[in-house]
Design a binder for this molecule. Structure first.
Ligand SMILES: [Zn+2]
Length: 468
């Protein structure tokens, strides 16, 4: 797999002794493999400074997928929506993420005050207060009020840019060094190494002052989908292709298909034979060994050519980029829904085993926990209602009425929305209460119940609202 015999041990940047454990693919993005023979201690750390930008750009998707970093725990992604409200996203959960400093700023010292914060945010608030030299005492706790989120929000997804390009080039070089140690040390790769020692993120003492543009080595690329071995087996990971073609060292990197890059690293030593390695990284596998799929070819699989107008014209005109992102998000959401339906099965089973009347109450709680999902359908009808039919137009008008803000509301809903929600939750509770003993809540039925069936019930109730 790796050229073990006579494997060089000098740093590929400075020739110094190697030995620090380098993640071949970054730990924060779900990489599990380490290699001790690529960089010296300094260059491991300094080159690693390029990776932060990719971590930020992929953070939202990683949080939705709950990617477990090799070191540390799954991180929430905190983002600001259109009106400045902050949310934290992790797995299937999106919850308001209060600005702790703003809350502490609004306080008057030594005076008891009301605080509206989720109990789960309280430890962080106390910790933040402590850091600021304050002491926060909780005098009294009230049952947390349920607050629904009405209306859509957009998670900003910034991708690419000069710093991200350097990070991608660094990953490509590291893969070349891992699989082909001699190729990575060829003098023809000096220019890209110089480029990597420049840029706003490079924290090395040997930084090159005037940055060499990363765009001279790489370009945004369409996703590669042939031969079949290059297609990621789960569609929820990263693909790295390294290739020698006629003495040229090339690479292709797809990060979740959100970013795809073609990189020209430079020239290998003369008479280096053509070859290709395709690696699929599965960030959802947490065990070293399961996380990579490797395919090797004794010919060149990529040619390094990218249409320079790719981003400028073709992508924008065809909507291809948008389609690519929509497809990735679709796969992420499918997986999230599957996992959610699986865990709902166990939860429902526990409720259903109880004796009446505890069972009815527990099933009511089971549905109540999922009310935000139902509210989302109301928001969806208000935004994307189908006005082509008379019924569709009525539903949309009803949804617009039900999403009007009510300043006196304490749960985020107006009266119309609350009526629709209560009606639909009662219908679903009723359906679930009638299932026979030993019933297993099939994940597909769960998705139908809270998806299409819930939508049909909500549509009917929204149309009714117009008559009130
Ligand atoms: Zn070094």
């Amino acid at each position: 797999m790796v050229e073990v015999a006579n494997r060089p041990k000098n740093c590929i940047i400075c020739d110094g002794p190697t030995g620090s454990r380098e993640h071949v693919f970054p730990s924060a993005l779900g990489g599990r493999r380490e290699d001790k023979k690529i960089y010296c201690k300094n260059h491991n750390e300094w080159m690693g400074s390029h990776v932060g930008v990719l971590q930020r750009q992929l953070e939202a998707i990683n949080a939705m997928l709950e990617v477990q970093p090799d070191r540390g725990t799954v991180k929430s992604h905190i983002f600001e929506a259109e009106k400045g409200e902050r949310y934290a996203i992790k797995g299937a959960n999106i919850a308001p993420a209060p600005d702790l400093d703003a809350i502490l700023d609004s306080y008057t010292l030594n005076e008891p005050q009301q605080l509206r914060i989720a109990p789960s945010d309280l430890p962080r608030l106390k910790e933040r207060a402590k850091q600021r030299g304050l002491k926060l005492d909780v005098l009294d706790k009230a049952t947390p009020a349920v607050e629904f989120r009405v209306g859509p929000y957009t998670i900003p997804l910034m991708q690419g840019g000069d710093d991200a390009m350097r990070a991608v080039a660094y990953l490509a070089l590291t893969f070349v060094a891992h699989f082909w140690p001699h190729v990575a040390r060829a003098p023809g790769l000096a220019a890209i190494k110089d480029m990597l020692r420049s840029g706003s993120l490079y924290a090395g003492a040997d930084s090159i002052g005037v940055p060499l543009p990363a765009s001279e080595f790489m370009a945004w690329s369409p996703a590669i989908d042939e031969p079949p071995e290059v297609i990621h087996p789960t569609g929820l990971g990263h693909t790295i292709i390294i290739c020698v073609r006629a003495g040229q060292v090339l690479a292709y990197l797809s990060l979740l298909d959100l970013q795809c890059w073609m990189i020209r690293l430079g020239d290998a030593a003369p008479d280096t034979a053509d070859r290709t390695v395709v690696v699929h990284v599965d960030p959802l596998k947490t065990r070293y060994g399961d996380d990579w799929t490797i395919n090797k070819f004794d010919h060149a699989l990529i040619d390094g050519c990218v249409d320079q107008d790719y981003l400028g014209k073709a992508v924008l005109e065809s909507g291809q980029m948008q389609q690519q992102i929509t497809a990735v998000i679709g796969r992420v959401i499918d997986r999230r829904d599957r996992l959610e339906a699986e865990s709902a099965k166990h939860e429902f089973d526990a409720a259903h085993r109880l004796l009446s009347p505890e069972r009815e109450a527990a099933i009511g709680d089971f549905v109540a926990l999922r009310r935000q999902r139902l509210v989302n359908h109301i928001s969806m009808f208000a935004q994307h209602g189908n006005e082509a039919t008379q019924m569709g137009a009525l539903v949309r008008l009803g949804a617009i009425k039900a999403t009007q803000p009510d300043p006196t509301s304490t749960d985020g809903l107006n009266d119309a929305a609350r009526r629709v929600l209560n009606h639909v939750a009662a219908e679903i509770t009723n359906t679930l209460s009638k299932v026979p003993p030993g019933y297993v809540l099939d994940p597909e039925f769960y998705q139908l119940l809270f998806g299409d069936m819930a939508q049909a019930l909500i549509a009917g109730a929204l149309a009714e609202e117009l008559h009130r």
